[in-house]
Design a protein. Structure first.
Length: 391
């Protein structure tokens, strides 16, 4: 968005961006022919960006009054996105002029320029301290020949030897990863982990047939796509097969839990934020909403007729198969995936005598609407990976 003016609702919005350039070291005065061959130097350690820079804004910020006192402007964080809104002081409805995706970038501030124009800065917290994303779009072939789009982000330590890998399946599952800025990826790479994001079958953006291929295949081919991606990373020499962790939220949390159920020796650990653990209970939860019964049958299957498949692919009912440490985090006010999903998973792990840590976030929702909750989760994630997958 650098250098481009945007207009919305009659208001001119200038989006500012920050840029940086790599430093170059100057050569000395000694003639090149007389200089010894440079030794193989270790790459400089990346700057450690404060963890709080990867968390989101508070819900309601940036309230400002136009010069003539007639209009208000504000930034409203809704969890998944942030809106720039205005309203007349003497009444009327809020008007949403522009929004940002909180997982990619955000509004830094909005200021009135005259009575009818707003100047807006768009940035991500802590961007100045990042060392730049080393991201590579790759293609991975699943075991049945299906081509999968994926994104590989190298650790910031500049090393070439196989290192610790975090597999980061997206939520949804009818969503997709792309090459845009992602806070979790940036945090993990900054801390020395290589990150692999895979658009497994069922992801959106690759056609109707590709998306339909994920219907009723939770824990089966959708999970196998992730396994195949890990094996690809190992074969390419970018991942140490002894140091791989699977981390996700929502459906990604389910995939993390199911991953250590189905292939317990493939991963060193698993992290689930607001993850699904019991597909039968989730199907019944969906029926509480309009159209939920039909949607549940289409996505998961019939909770009674398909009960054996749903039980076999429910991590909370297969906890005895897990052999690695698990981190569970869930908000008590989550309406998308009820907190009981993680509570039941924690109980199952305890009953099976498995290693786990469970943390509830009081009043937390599905989207980290409170910055404090996001920061708390990232701190737990960082400590957990340091304990089980240290670079």
């Amino acid at each position: 968005m650098k250098g481009r003016a945007w207009r919305a609702g009659g208001l001119a919005l200038a989006a500012l961006a920050m840029a940086w350039a790599p430093c170059r070291a100057g050569a000395g005065d000694t003639p090149a022919a007389q200089q010894p061959a440079p030794a193989e130097a270790a790459p400089p350690a990346p700057a450690r960006v404060p963890l709080e820079h990867f968390a989101r804004l508070p819900m309601f910020t940036g309230v400002s009054l136009s010069p003539n006192g007639a209009r208000l402007a504000a930034l409203v964080n809704r969890g998944e996105d942030t809106l720039l809104v205005t309203r007349d002081v003497d009444g009327g409805e809020l008007r949403a002029l522009m929004k940002t995706d909180n997982l990619k970038f955000r509004f830094r501030w909005a200021r009135w320029v005259g009575n009818e124009r707003l100047l807006v800065s768009v940035i991500y917290p802590g961007r100045r301290g990042f060392t730049g994303t080393v991201e590579k779009a790759v293609r991975i072939q699943a075991r049945d020949g299906l081509s999968l789009a994926a994104y590989l982000t190298h650790a910031r330590n500049g090393g070439t030897a196989p290192g610790p890998l975090v597999l980061l399946p997206h939520g949804g599952p009818y969503a997709r990863d792309d090459a845009s800025f992602d806070p979790w990826t940036e945090l993990l790479a900054n801390r020395g982990y290589t990150v692999l994001q895979v658009n497994f079958r069922g992801s959106s953006g690759y056609g109707a047939e590709f998306q339909k291929a994920g219907l009723q295949r939770w824990g089966q081919e959708m999970q196998e796509d992730l396994e195949d991606a890990v094996q690809w990373a190992v074969s390419q020499g970018v991942a140490d097969p002894r140091r791989i962790c699977i981390v996700g939220a929502s459906y990604g949390g389910y995939a993390a839990l199911m991953g250590v159920v189905k292939t317990p020796h493939l991963y060193r650990c698993a992290v689930s934020f607001a993850g699904v653990s019991n597909l039968t209970d989730l199907a019944l939860h969906w029926t509480e909403f309009i159209g939920g019964k039909e949607g549940s049958r289409r996505v998961l299957g019939n909770w009674w007729q398909d009960r054996e498949r749903l039980r076999a692919t429910s991590p909370a009912l297969q906890a005895q198969r897990i052999e690695v440490p698990v981190l569970l985090v869930h908000g008590t006010a989550d309406r998308r995936v009820p907190v009981e999903q993680s509570r039941d998973m924690a109980k199952a792990l305890a009953s099976a005598g498995r290693s786990y840590r469970y943390m509830e976030q009081e009043g937390g929702d599905h989207h980290f609407s409170r910055q404090a909750h996001h920061t708390e989760f990232l701190r737990e994630l960082e400590a957990f990976l340091q304990a089980h997958l240290a670079p």
